[in-house]
Design a protein around this ligand. Structure first.
Ligand SMILES: [Zn+2]
Length: 321
């Protein structure tokens, strides 16, 4: 297995005056916790990150959006929208230490991390976990919900092309619906999407139409007990089991946790134990079927999010000895 981490691949949103309750250092906290038990873990060698071409981005985003994304002025408008900065408490330019336009390179670096994660999982035919990534609300024509670009679809379509892959399963267990991934992949039978999410509370942007995933499993508050059985059922459903999957891509949000700090993820309250069982169920399903697995962090807010990621990764690292 491989864990991909480097401090330079974090968002550092505070540096740009953007105030969302994402702990900028949550990846670092997870990595440090893992290193306590596994001191041999190493930070990523950044020279392994491949440059992305406009062609790579175009596999997920339309040309108009990319034009705007690469023009400084329109990039700022786009980024403030993607991070929900219409809410004035979310953007405090007086606290910024760097111009917002620098965020563009930082976001592209994070996308490169997802690209490398997919590639590593495919080449090693194993489990690879990226302590970053998972921008599942980004659509073909706009960023949204703290997700400026679709690292997911960019990485998967690039891998499909370079490794001649047929079918990829995208399993999104973030508290929020994977609506952006669903929009970009809606006419693409080679990318199958499953999303388990809160039934209520998303999207908060009513101006963006809701696009269904191939399989949507919504949960209302107090339906948490059915979460694991329904996850098990969909993974072992005959439609899913019949297909040969070249890769499982997991959008591993920690925000369904009952201790999550984001207001808009309060619609689902899984316990720490349920989240560990969720992650182990997914991991073992793919391992037993010999499907390479690429995992990304996605949402997980506040002080306690790092514990959710750490408990799972420690368990896997210990399993592997
Ligand atoms: Zn989320």
């Amino acid at each position: 297995m491989t864990i991909i981490y480097h401090p330079k691949l974090s968002t550092e949103l505070e540096k740009y005056g953007i105030a969302i309750p994402l702990c900028d250092d949550r990846s670092q906290r997870v990595f440090e916790r893992l290193k306590q038990d596994f001191p041999q873990l190493k930070e990523l060698d950044l020279s392994l990150l491949e440059e992305l071409t406009r062609e790579d981005l175009k596999r997920a985003h339309d040309s108009d959006f990319l034009e705007r994304w690469f023009s400084d002025e329109e990039f700022i408008t786009q980024i403030l929208y993607a991070y929900d900065c219409q809410d004035p408490s979310r953007y405090l330019p007086e606290r910024a230490q760097a111009p917002l336009t620098q965020l563009r390179e930082s976001i592209l670096s994070q996308v490169k991390g997802t690209v490398l994660t997919v590639k590593t999982a495919l080449e090693a035919k194993k489990f690879c976990y990226y302590l970053g990534g998972g921008m599942h609300h980004a659509r073909s024509y706009t960023g949204a919900g703290f997700c400026p670009l679709s690292d997911i679809v960019i990485a998967l379509r690039k891998a499909q092309k370079e490794y001649s892959l047929q079918n990829i399963l995208i399993l999104d267990v973030d508290a929020h619906m994977g609506d952006g991934t669903a929009e970009i992949t809606k006419d693409d039978p080679t990318l199958t999407t499953i999303s388990l999410h809160m039934a209520d509370g998303w999207p908060i942007h009513s101006e963006l139409p809701i696009i269904s995933s191939d399989y949507d499993l919504p949960f209302k508050l107090n339906e948490e007990e059915s979460y694991l059985p329904r996850l098990q059922n969909i993974l072992f459903d005959s439609d899913i089991m019949e297909k040969k999957w070249d890769l499982l891509f997991v959008v591993n949000g920690a925000d369904p946790y009952e201790g999550d700090a984001l207001k808009s993820s309060e619609g689902l309250k899984l316990s720490k134990e349920q989240l560990l069982a969720r992650d182990m169920l997914i991991y073992k399903w793919a391992r037993d079927l010999d499907i390479p697995q690429a995992w990304v962090m996605a949402g997980g807010y506040g002080e306690k999010a790092a514990d959710i990621y750490s408990q799972f990764l420690l368990k896997i690292l210990h399993l592997m000895g």
